[in-house]
Ligand binder design. Structure first.
Ligand SMILES: Cc1cc2nc3c(=O)[nH]c(=O)nc-3n(C[C@H](O)[C@H](O)[C@H](O)COP(=O)(O)OP(=O)(O)OC[C@H]3O[C@@H](n4cnc5c(N)ncnc54)[C@H](O)[C@@H]3O)c2cc1C
Length: 322
């Protein structure tokens, strides 16, 4: 049983850890229970780039993504955080037109790519400086902050909401794709992603293909490594790397950036994006407990993390935080 007043956060991916950090740094006792260590979560697999999130509920998503942008830009000033700012391209094989999401206004140097900046096969694109997040390092940074603020992190699966409610009367459910089972939400589905990690052959800019289907091209440099993608396999629960996926990812990335052809492969990672038609961030009364659900961030959880965390923390405490 957690000590009186302790908030129980279920999940130690980017959503759970950000929420727990906000609570702990506000002086609230927090315990995080997780099925797997942060380094083994989907969050650790993400590329990751902050970017506009075309998800529902649209108005709230816009606020969360903007709040997270500001928080990540601040974190980039701390070189131990795993966040840095880098310039690169977001490009499409179709004409993206001039209709940009409102979050684009946050990016001071956003501009259209000139034709000679587009790789073969791409018709349009934008250049901008964005936060890039080296997720294994970033999750360590968040864990360090949680522990430094007096929070606890336990590797301890939660079997049901009743199990959680027996331990604490304030709970935040940040279980990602695990919400499918924990709360029996049939709307949560896996969208499988696979990355190939290579030794950095000298790349400092990111590239991400937008508006594509289940196979696309992305590469994100983090110091001496580059994270190559991408794959988006709907309803695929497999967490095993697939050799054909890796070969296709390497081929597509090398077509855009020839420096990547023949780069030394360091590993392959797989993560299950928590797909859902809309992010679920709301309060439920369960027995005597207040449960705030915060899951279903699809392919954008890193980009939404601080905005959602502040709202979830406010809901569970019944007062605004930060
Ligand atoms: C290949 C790939 C690339 C991506 N790139 C980006 C990107 O560039 N930008 C971006 O914003 N997003 C990106 N994403 C999406 C992002 O990674 C997810 O939206 C985000 O990680 C979801 O975070 P989460 O904390 O909700 O889930 P997770 O990271 O999956 O964490 C869930 C946590 O809940 C725990 N858990 C589950 N069930 C239980 C239980 N019953 N008991 C206890 N603990 C439980 C798990 O152990 C884990 O700790 C990418 C994802 C993938 C796979």
């Amino acid at each position: 049983m957690a000590a009186n007043g302790t908030v129980l956060v279920i999940g130690a991916g980017v959503i759970g850890l950000s929420t727990a950090v906000i609570l702990a740094e506000s002086g609230v006792p927090v315990r995080v229970r997780t099925d797997e260590p942060p380094a083994d979560t989907t969050s650790a697999v993400a590329g990751a780039i902050w970017g506009p999130a075309l998800l529902q509920p649209a108005d709230r998503v816009r606020r969360w993504v903007a709040d997270t942008y500001r928080a990540l830009v601040e974190l980039a000033a701390d070189d131990t955080s795993g966040v840095h700012l880098a310039t690169g391209r977001m490009a499409a094989r179709v004409d993206l037109g001039d209709q940009l999401p409102p979050e684009a206004l946050l990016l001071p140097d956003l501009r259209r790519c000139t034709p000679d900046e587009l790789p073969a096969g791409f018709r349009s694109g934008y250049r901008a400086t964005l936060p890039l997040i080296d997720m294994p390092r970033y999750l360590e940074h968040l864990t360090g902050r949680l522990l430094a603020a007096g929070g606890e992190l336990l590797i301890s699966p939660v079997s049901s909401l009743a199990d959680a409610a027996a331990e604490a009367d304030r709970i935040v459910n940040c279980t990602g794709v695990g919400a499918h089972e924990l709360v029996g939400d049939p709307g949560v589905r896996p969208v499988r992603g696979q990355h190939v990690l290579v030794r950095n052959p000298g790349i400092s800019e990111y590239f991400v293909e937008v508006g594509a289907g289940p196979e696309f091209t992305s590469y994100v440099p983090h110091g001496d490594r580059v994270v190559l993608g991408g794959v988006a396999g709907e309803h695929d629960w497999s967490r095993a790397p697939d050799r054909d996926d890796s070969a296709a990812v390497l081929r597509r990335c090398a077509q855009v950036e020839p420096l990547l052809a023949g780069a030394e492969v360091l590993g392959e990672t797989v993560g299950l994006r928590p797909g859902r038609d809309a992010v679920r961030l709301e309060t439920e009364r369960f027995g005597g407990a207040t449960v705030v659900h915060d899951y279903g961030h699809s392919g954008c959880g890193v980009s939404l993390s601080w905005g959602c965390a502040a709202e979830a923390a406010g809901l569970v405490l019944g007062r605004p935080v930060r």
